[in-house]
Design a protein around this ligand. Structure first.
Ligand code: HEC
Ligand SMILES: [Cu+2]
Length: 490
């Protein structure tokens, strides 16, 4: 009881500090007139990292060096894309300054690049946000300066015609203009930025995919992503924190077109600085809107261990187009906060049947070698299986069984085919652990199923068996007619 009271008091004190600080934001005139003392070069960071908080009490001259690089990189497994970047990654380098600072901005366009580029920073007061002054040919460097008149979290982006193309290729990032008094201290800060991508071929089509202006104009992206590629914030890229820590996410949306409904599955944002505005904090937010060219800061204390899933809650973007990230929180469970499953009883209303995961079979040339099967299978795995079994095949304890070193899988190839084609439910034991979930039946082509199983068998210490389309055809199970008990992912 005593413990709870102190934590409540601490929370109140923290909130009071936040609220008080949020009211002190300086005006544009005060910031314009604040004298400049000294000079420093800004530390810039690649996503998902954020430069350290500013402890300075004075406005200073800050030199920002940002280099534009056109690079070929991974958009998804087997899918390459030519990204245009500020600093080599999508989103571009995170820039952190203080209100009142005088920024001397150097935009360097690498000599190997093919296109002219510029930069429009929403933190700039002046023509084009800097765009006109910074138009730079390959092998050139432009310099302009501005005074940071307004605190806030601002998007920057390229504004060279065709603007939507430069943005769709990844030319955006965030600049944080901290209020004078700084932001409240937190344990973890991360940089997450959404963007929509338009490729000539459909989602998942392999190879180097050119940008599709037509799809961009129709606002029909093939990919919607956090931090520039499928899986940038999952698996090894997952964000991490420990129970009891306070996490702050600087969230931006480069667009060019889609508005994000930013949400963390299993977590509530204790505080949100909506629209990146420093003067007002909203509390207890489930989903915050982040428009293209806009931002939000979300902050929350993590109270119990879980994998919290970051999504655009327009969920086909998350589950079909890539807008998924993970925050893995480790530490001691707090059963008062969340009990986990306490009972599991059979629930069989009439008329339910096993869910068939819809997926139109897209004809692709048949894989000829085992290596080709594995490569194709990996793409099928990433598109369909990763959400539950995870990129490393380890699954999620008590929810999704591992495929890595799975005794269930390795014991019986025919049963594996039946599992994927027909679905699986009821109690199964994998590597000594019991699972009781629902594996959907997959309406994938025989080739895709053969390839994905060959990939799984060849990965993570499994037996290396090959599965052929003929074997899938001969052993496919009808989707089970028994009732499904789909789990809510929230
Ligand atoms: C929506 C979550 C989900 C997705 C997506 C999913 N599975 Fe599963 N899978 C499960 C669950 C849950 C089980 C265990 C079912 C049970 O408890 O009866 C399972 C079991 C399995 C098993 C047998 C158990 C084991 O660990 O060896 C295999 C093999 C398997 N899945 C393969 C796949 C493949 C291949 C894909 C992609 C085509 C896939 N799964 C996609 C949820 C999923
Ligand atoms: Cu550009």
């Amino acid at each position: 009881m005593k413990f709870r009271l102190t934590t409540q008091l601490q929370a109140l004190a923290a909130l009071a500090a936040i609220t008080a600080s949020s009211l002190q934001a300086a005006t544009d005139i005060q910031n314009r007139d604040e004298p400049i003392e000294g000079q420093e070069t800004a530390t810039l960071t690649d996503p998902p990292n954020v430069p350290p908080p500013i402890t300075r009490k004075k406005a200073t001259k800050v030199i920002v060096n940002l280099e534009v690089k056109e690079i070929q990189g991974r958009l998804a497994d087997g899918v390459q894309y030519t990204f245009w970047t500020y600093g080599g990654k999508v989103p571009g380098k995170f820039i952190r300054i203080r209100e009142g600072d005088l920024v001397e901005f150097h935009l360097n366009n690498h000599p190997d690049n093919k296109m002219p580029h510029n930069i429009d920073l929403h933190a700039v007061t002046g023509q084009g946000g800097g765009a006109g002054a910074s138009l730079t040919a390959p092998g050139h460097s432009s310099v302009f300066s501005f005074k940071a008149l307004n605190s806030g979290l601002y998007v920057y982006h390229c504004a060279t015609a065709p603007v939507a193309m430069h943005i769709a290729n990844g030319m955006y990032g965030l600049i944080l203009v901290e209020p004078k008094e700084g932001l409240p201290a937190v344990d973890k800060e991360f940089y997450v930025m959404q963007g929509d991508f338009y490729t000539r071929g459909p989602n998942g089509e392999q190879g180097l995919q050119p940008f599709s202006m037509e799809k961009a104009i129709q606002e029909k992206p093939d990919y919607v992503l956090f931090n520039g590629s499928v899986g940038a914030l999952t698996g090894e890229g997952s964000l991490t924190a420990k129970v009891g820590e306070t996490v702050r996410l600087y969230v931006g949306n480069g667009g060019p077109n889609l508005t994000s409904s930013f949400h963390a599955i299993g977590e509530i944002f204790d505080q949100v600085w909506a629209e990146g505005n420093m003067s007002h904090i909203t509390q207890n937010v489930q989903t915050t809107v982040v428009p293209p060219g806009g931002s939000a800061i979300t902050q929350f204390r993590v109270n119990t261990p879980a994998t919290y899933i970051l999504v655009d809650h327009a969920l086909t973007r998350a589950f079909n187009k890539g807008a998924i990230g993970m925050l893995k929180v480790s530490g001691n469970e707090d059963k008062t906060v969340y009990s986990g499953k306490t009972t599991d009883e059979v629930y069989m209303p009439e008329g339910t049947s096993i869910r068939v995961a819809e997926q139109s079979a897209k004809p692709a040339p048949v894989a000829k070698t085992k290596a080709e099967r594995i490569e194709r299978g990996k793409a099928v795995y990433t598109a369909n299986c990763v959400a539950c079994h995870q990129a490393n095949g380890e699954g999620i304890p008590a929810a999704f069984p591992p495929l890595a070193k799975s005794d269930f899988l390795n014991a019986d190839k025919i049963r594996a085919i039946k599992t994927v084609t027909g679905g699986l439910q009821g109690i199964v034991k994998v590597n000594g652990n019991t699972f009781n979930g629902v594996m959907p039946a997959w309406a994938l082509s025989n080739d895709d199923i053969a390839n994905v199983l060959t990939f799984v068998y060849s990965s993570w210490g499994n037996s290396g068996k090959v599965v052929t389309a003929a074997e899938v055809k001969a052993n496919a199970a009808k989707p089970q007619a028994a009732p499904a008990k789909p789990k809510d992912s929230h």
